[in-house]
Ligand binder design. Structure first.
Ligand code: PLP
Length: 397
């Protein structure tokens, strides 16, 4: 715990925001920083949860603990609807209270001597939970990196995917696709190389597909679209972003039967034990909501919300592009990743805040490889996105 550097990014953004508001108390602040959702949960889904709640208040409808692994119907529905055609069984799906929690819980599978690799930049949860588990050395301030962790650089030069020929073998490889913050959805070819790499090294891939529903081209939405990936990969995902469940809390993890330790024992068996010990099952209300999300009416409603956010992303990406900036993401993910070559991301963050009253996220907060970039979230209200676009045009034109 003492080695942990984080808890730094968001508090620091918050501190600068307060300082700015003290200086300019009348400023109308727009927050395009944090990746929280803003659009209401579609009515059909909210109604299913409300009805479940009301039934809990009746003798007939009352239910207590459910299965730790999740309700059977939901596990099967996730297997069929999300992984249709990929031959994932309901018994391989573990329903959770969100991806963040399972990123930490999968860490319990591996001992503290385990070596790990992660994309740089990426979502900080993989790194922080690894540091908490004691897998890192000390933090090197100058490099912005912990010792004993493999940072796999993801920049425009390598199509935002690690150059595996220069990555040393590790026990675990965390991959996020579409990646937060770069917005890059790994291609079939990139993922095939990754699966081959993990198979030949005896590594386990922990694949985070929390933004898969935002993919608009034919990039894989699951690692299991890659042949033999089941032998090497755990997939973690979430209802948070595509269904607006950031507050409701629901996600899942797939641990295929084919995934074995070197002695032949099932990883699934250990994960089941961890879930039964460290988690007691997701809320029955959230799980009812999850089932409603996967119904045909629910799926249709959710696709509308995803489309809305992607229109926001297009507006933001176009704004920066028309001003001559190099822009990534925004087509397969709700995040737009903007390059400010030669500048430090905190300086760009400060300038945008001071001159336009807009909060973004400095790219370096996602790892040293994010230096020179900022992340802009499209999960906001349309009027805020349009107003932000107009303020940015005035500043940067
Ligand atoms: N994984 C990624 C890549 C994320 O960006 C986030 C949240 O922003 C999470 C996981 C956490 O998701 P959840 O709300 O399901 O815990």
């Amino acid at each position: 715990m003492e080695k942990l550097q984080n808890g730094y990014l968001f508090p620091e953004i918050g501190r600068r925001q307060v300082e700015h508001m003290n200086k300019c108390p009348d400023a109308k602040l727009i927050n395009l920083g944090i990746g929280d959702t803003t659009q209401p949960i579609p009515h059909v889904i909210a109604t299913a949860m409300a009805e479940h709640c009301m039934a809990l208040g009746t003798p007939k409808g009352y239910r207590g603990y459910g299965a730790e692994q999740g309700n059977k119907e939901l596990r099967e529905e996730i297997a069929q609807t999300i992984y249709g055609g990929l031959d994932i069984k309901g018994t391989e799906v573990f329903v959770s209270d969100g991806a963040q929690c399972d990123i930490s819980r999968v860490q319990l599978l591996f001992g503290s001597n385990t070596t790990i690799a992660l994309q740089d930049p990426t979502f900080p949860g993989y790194l922080d939970s690894s540091v908490i588990m004691g897998r890192s050395g000390s933090f090197d301030e100058r490099r912005g990196e912990y010792a004993k962790i493999e940072y796999m650089r993801c920049t425009p030069d390598n199509m935002f995917f690690p150059d595996l020929s220069s990555v040393p073998r590790t026990d675990v490889i965390f991959i996020c696709s579409p990646n937060n913050p770069t917005g890059h959805a790994a291609s079939r070819d990139q993922l095939s190389r990754l699966v081959d790499f993990a198979r030949s090294n005896g590594s386990i891939i922990v694949y985070d597909s929390a933004y898969a529903a935002f993919i608009s081209d034919d990039s894989p939405r699951s690692i299991y679209e890659i042949p033999r990936a089941k032998e090497v990969a755990i997939e973690i995902s979430s209802f948070s972003k595509f269904a607006g469940f950031t507050g409701v809390r629901l996600g899942w993890t797939v641990v295929p039967e084919e995934l074995r330790y070197s002695n032949g024992s099932l990883v699934l068996k250990d994960f089941d034990r961890i879930i039964c010990t460290c988690f007691n099952g997701a809320s029955s209300i959230a799980q009812t909501g999850g089932l409603a999300c996967l119904s045909s009416e629910g799926s249709k409603a959710i696709r509308g919300v995803v489309k809305f956010y992607m229109e926001n992303a297009k507006i933001m990406a176009e704004t920066f592009k028309s001003l001559g900036f190099e822009v990534f993401g925004g087509d397969n993910s709700p995040y737009v990743w903007v390059n400010f070559p030669g500048r430090r991301s905190w300086d760009v963050f400060n300038e945008i805040l001071e001159k336009t009253n807009i909060i973004t996220i400095p790219g370096v907060g996602f790892g040293p490889g994010g230096e020179g970039f900022i992340r802009v979230s499209s999960l906001g209200h349309r009027e805020d996105v349009l107003e932000a676009s107009s303020r940015l045009r005035k500043l940067l034109e």
